[in-house]
Design a protein around this ligand. Structure first.
Ligand code: ZN
Ligand code: ZN
Length: 280
């Protein structure tokens, strides 16, 4: 069955490791594309060079940052250097920050000591309202509050054909996250811990077992474990294999086409013109 336009929701894993650098893959970064709408979820260190292998970063429709931990946003510093100096970018890149993110970005701008308003000519950086829906091109996004050491959000992205990709972002075990990402066609679920004993008393990450359980309970049709140390890949492979073919660990460069469940499939009008950019 086609959706009329031939477009499909597509994920490319640009980084799936934890905060500690590892040669196998950068930290958090996920490219989500529908037709010509390309959105980068999180931008941890090392992610942009992987993005450049598959897409000119200038062609992004936006970047969405789930929370202001370095492994989820630090590579926007490097990205800034792809934009001109001394004049505004012809098309500034929208960077969607969590509440409180603008002040953190301004502090980062000062910290890198390059020049005043380091990001301003390249990006339009605004905080999203996590209680409101956000539209980027033809994709609709809603936010899911995680259970983390700082305010953090996951995101659910829905495509015009009804396909639904969800990403937990950083979170500990959480019934509200489970409910927020319910019925995803593809769920990216964090699995940063090897053992719950390594977490703070107030939880902020998941073990792979907890990640698989959260995915199962949320009714995800398929799931990918992300945000894990690559040295644990073999053990996570085994856990996923025991859980079934619907779940697997992410690897660098993995691409997945996300199709909507039969119950949610919506036809996409093939004669609808692409939305033209707002003049504002
Ligand atoms: Zn974090
Ligand atoms: Zn993290």
């Amino acid at each position: 069955m086609t959706d009329g336009t031939g477009a499909r929701l597509r994920l490319t894993v640009l980084g799936c490791s934890t905060a500690a650098p590892h040669p196998v893959t950068p930290t958090a970064g996920f490219l989500v594309e529908w037709d010509r709408t390309a959105v980068l979820l999180d931008c941890g260190q090392g992610v942009i060079r992987n993005l450049q292998r598959v897409l000119d970063p200038h062609d992004l429709a936006g970047i969405v940052i789930g929370h202001m931990h370095a492994d989820h946003y630090l590579d926007i510093v490097g990205l800034r250097y792809l934009y001109p100096w001394g004049e505004p970018a012809p098309v500034p890149l929208p960077v969607h920050l969590p509440p409180g993110g603008r002040a953190r970005l301004d502090a980062l701008s000062k910290a890198v000591s390059e020049r005043d308003g380091f990001f301003d000519a390249a990006f339009t950086a605004n905080e999203y309202d996590p209680d409101a829906e956000l539209s980027i091109g033809e994709l609709r996004l809603r936010f899911v509050r995680g259970r983390h050491y700082v305010p953090a959000w996951g995101v659910v992205i829905e495509a015009p054909d009804g396909a639904r990709l969800a990403y937990t972002g950083d979170t500990g075990p959480s019934a509200s996250v489970e409910a927020g990402v319910r019925d995803a066609d593809l769920l990216l679920v964090e699995s940063a811990l090897w053992s719950a004993a390594h977490d703070d008393p107030e939880r902020g990450h998941l073990t792979p077992e907890e990640a698989i359980e959260l995915a199962q309970r949320s009714g995800a049709r398929s799931a990918v474990l992300v945000h894990y140390g690559p040295s644990r890949k073999e053990a996570i492979d085994e856990l996923c294999a025991a859980a079934g073919p619907w779940v697997r660990p992410a690897v660098d460069g993995l691409t997945i086409t996300v199709r909507p469940s039969a119950a949610r499939t919506r036809p996409v009008d093939p004669v609808s013109p692409a939305p033209s950019p707002s003049p504002a």
